[in-house]
Structures are given as C-alpha cells and as structure tokens.
Write a protein that binds this ligand. Structure first.
Ligand SMILES: Nc1ncnc2c1ncn2[C@@H]1O[C@H](COP(=O)(O)OP(=O)(O)OP(=O)(O)O)[C@@H](O)[C@H]1O
Ligand SMILES: [Mg+2]
Length: 241
C-alpha cells in the first residue's frame, strides 16, 4: 500500500471550541490507482488532502506513506518526505508569472534535487512539449493546470494529491485533465487522490470515497469493467490485494 490514513481525526480551532473537519477517517490508496473524493462544500475534502500531504498533523490517527509512518517525524523530516514522495496539485495552479512552463518545472527540480532534463519529458507527458517557452499568461486555464500537474510529477512522487483541478475549466477540458491524470497514475504507478465535485469524473476512479461533515460515509471500489480504461489493460484485481 502506498498511502494509508487510519482513524484520522482533525480539528481546527473555532472560537472557544473546536470544529471537527475529519472524524475518524480511514482510507487506503494502492500504488497505480486513483481514488476520487467527493462530498459537499466544507465536508473536509481539502483537509483530507492536507493531512495526506503531511501539511497538517491530525489530532489523532496515522498517515503512512510508502511504508513510512509520519507520526513522530519532525518538520525537517516531513519536508524531506514531501520533497521525495509527494506531488500536490492545488485548485489554483499557483504558477510563477515570470517563468516559462519549462522554468516552473526547473525550479521544482532545483528544490527536489532532480535533474533538469526531466522538464521536457514531463511537459511532453502532459502534451505541452510545444509550450515549454510560454509564460502563464500565454497559456489557457487547462494548459496552466497541465503545467501544475507536470510540476507535481518532477520529484517522481509515489503519492499524487490533486484538489479540484478542473473546477475552472469547461467540461471538455476537464475531461482531458482527468484522462491525463488517469494515464499518469497508471504509467507512473502513483497512488493518486483526486478531489472532485464533477460526478462524470468518477468513471475514471478505481475507488470512490464520499465525505460528509468530516465522516467517510461511503467508500466503494469500482469494478474494472465500469472504469474508463487508458493505455494498457489493468489487472482486474480488487483494491486491497
Ligand atoms: N484553517 C482552518 N481553520 C478553521 N477551520 C477550517 C480551516 N480550514 C478548513 N476549515 C473548516 O473545516 C471544514 C472542512 O473544510 P475543507 O476545506 O476541508 O472542506 P472542503 O470539503 O474542501 O470544501 P470545498 O468543497 O468548499 O473546498 C469546513 O467547515 C471549514 O470551514
Ligand atoms: Mg476544498
């Protein structure tokens, strides 16, 4: 298993009391599979990603990434874990305005210590090989999201966390991003978690997790014959094996 959240509870300060954003949540995401997280606004989806990304330490429960339990790791060790193993795509692409697409990735290469040659290959993987020299204002919304996805892959992460990457896009562009994420998940073997409010995206998921008021109300493994298939055929194994 690549990403495991077990009995995770997270609260935030809320005046004199505390608000429970995640209530005893357990999720397992195997390597090379995509888990979709759905639920109403404020239900705890981004909080779930933030805990999985080790950006927030939960009040209780454990997060295990690639067999490494994160509890007890210090800030520097967590930062190192993120640098080596985790890719994050936020809802807003957060690109640096003055840098070209290739440079956005090269900055990340520098931070993570990965070779610069990866930039071209990754931009090609998101079908932007011809746009490497463009700055964010010269790219469409979908192209910016694709640069952000390529940037999240610079450190060859084992865990890829994606928060509503298509919310600002029209349906066709949103579907193209989902196709891309599904393909990259299978090709690169990442444990991918995707927050989405668009139920048409669920056909891409191996597992669908529903969150309400911080509680996981349903988690279902989607049979392979109901999934959108990309590239090579996948083994029709149920999640958990
Ligand atoms: N830093 C914070 N401090 C206090 N409360 C917070 C904080 N971040 C989120 N919350 C609260 O925690 C709950 C879960 O928020 P979260 O951002 O995880 O929801 P979400 O499902 O991602 O919502 P959306 O679909 O609107 O993005 C909400 O009630 C929110 O108001
Ligand atoms: Mg959110």
């Amino acid at each position: 298993m690549t990403l495991e959240l077990t009995d995770v509870t997270l609260t935030y300060p809320d005046g004199d009391t505390r608000l429970t954003a995640l209530d005893n949540v357990t999720v397992t995401v195997p390597k090379g599979s995509l888990t979709a997280v759905v639920g109403p606004s404020g239900s705890g989806k981004s909080s779930l990603l933030a805990v999985a990304a080790t950006l927030i330490t939960p009040d209780s429960g454990t997060v295990t990434i690639d067999g490494t339990a994160t509890a007890g790791l210090g800030r520097a060790e967590l930062a190192e874990l993120r640098r080596r193993r985790i890719g994050i795509v936020f809802q807003q692409p957060n690109l640096l305005p003055s840098l070209t697409a290739a440079e956005q990735l090269q900055v990340m290469s520098h931070i993570t210590g990965r070779p610069r040659t990866d930039a071209r290959e990754l931009l090609a993987a998101v079908d932007l090989a011809d746009h490497a020299h463009r700055r964010p204002h010269q790219l469409s919304g979908g192209q910016r999201q694709r640069v952000a996805i390529a940037r999240a892959l610079v450190n060859a992460p084992t865990v890829l966390l994606v928060d509503e990457p298509t919310s600002a896009l029209d349906h066709a562009r949103g579907t193209a991003i989902l196709d891309l994420l599904t393909r990259l998940t299978h090709e690169r073997g990442t444990a991918t978690v995707l927050v989405t409010h668009d139920h048409t995206h669920l056909a891409h998921a191996d597992q669908i997790v529903e969150v309400h008021d911080g509680r996981l109300t349903s988690a279902c493994v989607q049979p392979p014959d109901r999934q959108v298939q990309h590239g090579r055929e996948r083994d029709p194994q149920p999640i958990g094996e």
